[in-house]
Design a protein around this ligand. Structure first.
Ligand code: UDP
Length: 454
């Protein structure tokens, strides 16, 4: 609860705050391996890239200044890209300028820190706070925090201990990742968890210490939902009476596309399966895509399966709207943007009952939840929706309302901004206390007022 006295105090303290050129705080979003301006859907580029970009843009729309730092992957990439007034992507050079899979990036992080500090000094920018994404950036954030005393907010996007829980031979980096993920939770000023399930995982598998706040991922609800089913099908050349089962996402084993294909093999004929996503030749996603293509052939589904390849964000709303049902068959999913993008487009979702999906898909209201890896359960769920247009309509309408009320980027960005403000005021007041030689009594009073504002 904020009191008037505490707000006045904070205001008067803010008046003596160091000024940035137009006195707006500048926030640094750090996403070492997830370039917010990358083409989404290709290798390694997925929900994290979208999260950072959408958050940066939404914060800028709210009047903040945001710099989004990432690693340069190709020589022709510009160092600075202005996405919107107040919102830039800044690419730093750390290690060879080429795509490096995230499991091999750790050794280049010290270089990234160095490049970040050089940029900050060269441009004389006073960042008010850093918000790091994924454990690699979290390590960078801890370094910057210890060197500059900046408040750090962190979003995990995925937790190693959950991802590797049932994996027989986890990669070598898994141990280091676990230590870094623990340090982040215990030392960052606040961790943003995107679902209550993630909070449980962090507390059980990582540490009992550290502050966590639940703020979900958001999507642009004006973009997804901008086209109706009839127009979408016309645009994509899909017949109005076709039964369309949709998958959108990367080709990665943990996404469970295999279970979806197996489930479709037991469906009565008369449907089409659209697999949206994909990658250039040679990448790890491409291998998985080829494995799925072989399975599709083996199960006799070739004639009804369409591999669209990667679809750009501007074209995606039409695919979501054209689907009768969108399947998210992941074995593990920290949040799962695809589920809310589909629901925002009025398309009911059948998702695995795991991770963030348990909290975004409301079973029996906006779609159905099924056990992960259970092709039989998935077949039954698909049949129940494909054969029941009234349910599909009811679920689709409810899904769109649900996403608009809970997961719009603007609503989510407002919550994130409030968190940033509370942490920067906190840090600033602590600095004042240290530098202004206050009497112990006044200091205590300020500390108490501060508690009531945050
Ligand atoms: N996506 C896309 N084009 C494609 C396939 C996927 O733009 O062809 C986007 C999709 O819209 C979503 C993101 O990739 O925003 C996937 O995010 P999600 O959280 O579902 O999964 P992740 O890739 O982070 O595991």
């Amino acid at each position: 609860m904020k009191t008037i006295a505490s707000l006045n105090l904070v205001k008067s303290l803010e008046n003596s705050a160091p000024e940035t050129p137009n006195s707006q705080p500048i926030y640094a979003l750090i996403s070492v391996h997830g370039d917010p301006t990358a083409e989404i859907g290709k290798e390694g580029a997925g929900g994290q890239n979208v999260y950072v970009r959408e958050l940066g843009l939404a914060l800028a729309k709210r009047g903040c200044r945001v710099d989004m730092f990432t690693r340069r992957e190709y020589p022709h990439q510009e160092e600075i890209v202005e996405l919107a007034p107040g919102c830039r992507t800044i690419r730093l050079t750390a290690g060879p300028v080429e795509f490096i899979p995230r499991n091999n990036l750790f050794e280049y992080l010290a270089e990234f820190v160095e490049a970040w500090l050089n940029f900050q000094q060269r441009t004389q920018t006073n960042y008010a706070l850093i918000h790091t994404n994924y454990w690699l950036s979290g390590w960078v954030g801890l370094e910057l925090k210890s060197q500059l005393g900046l408040p750090q907010v962190h979003t995990y996007h995925s937790i190693g201990a959950v991802k590797y829980r049932n994996v027989e031979n986890p990669p070598q980096i898994a141990e280091i990742r676990h230590c870094v993920e623990k340090a982040i939770l215990e030392q960052a000023d606040c961790v943003i968890s995107t679902s209550p399930q993630e909070v449980e995982d962090l507390r059980q598998l990582i540490s009992q210490h550290g502050r966590i706040k639940v703020i979900p991922c958001g999507i642009n609800t004006e973009h997804f939902g901008s086209i109706n089913k009839k127009d979408a099908r016309q645009q994509l050349g899909i017949a109005p009476d076709s039964k369309i089962i949709l998958y959108v996402g990367r080709f990665d084993r943990r996404k469970g596309v295999e279970t979806l294909v197996q489930a479709c093999a037991s469906l009565p004929p008369g449907f089409q399966l659209y697999l949206v996503g994909g990658n250039r030749e040679g990448g790890t996603d491409f291998q998985e895509q080829q494995r799925i293509q072989t399975l599709v052939k083996e199960l006799g589904l070739e004639a009804v399966t369409i591999f669209t390849g990667r679809i750009s964000q501007p074209l995606l709303p039409a695919y979501y709207a054209a689907g009768d049902v969108c399947i998210v068959p992941s074995y593990y999913e920290p949040f799962g943007l695809v589920a809310i993008e589909a629901m925002a487009s009025k398309t009911p979702v059948i998702a695995s009952d795991v991770g963030g999906l348990q909290h975004t898909v409301v079973h029996g209201e906006t779609g159905l939840l099924v056990p992960p890896g259970d092709a039989h359960a998935l077949t039954s769920a698909i049949v129940s929706l494909l054969e029941n247009p009234i349910f599909r309509q009811k679920y689709g309408d409810a899904a769109q309302n649900w996403v608009q009320s809970r997961f719009s980027t603007q609503g989510v960005a407002a919550q994130v901004q409030e968190l940033y403000q509370s942490l920067t005021v906190d840090t600033f007041v602590q600095e004042i206390i240290q530098t202004k030689n206050l009497t112990p009594e006044l200091e205590k009073q300020i500390q108490n007022l501060l508690k009531s504002t945050t």
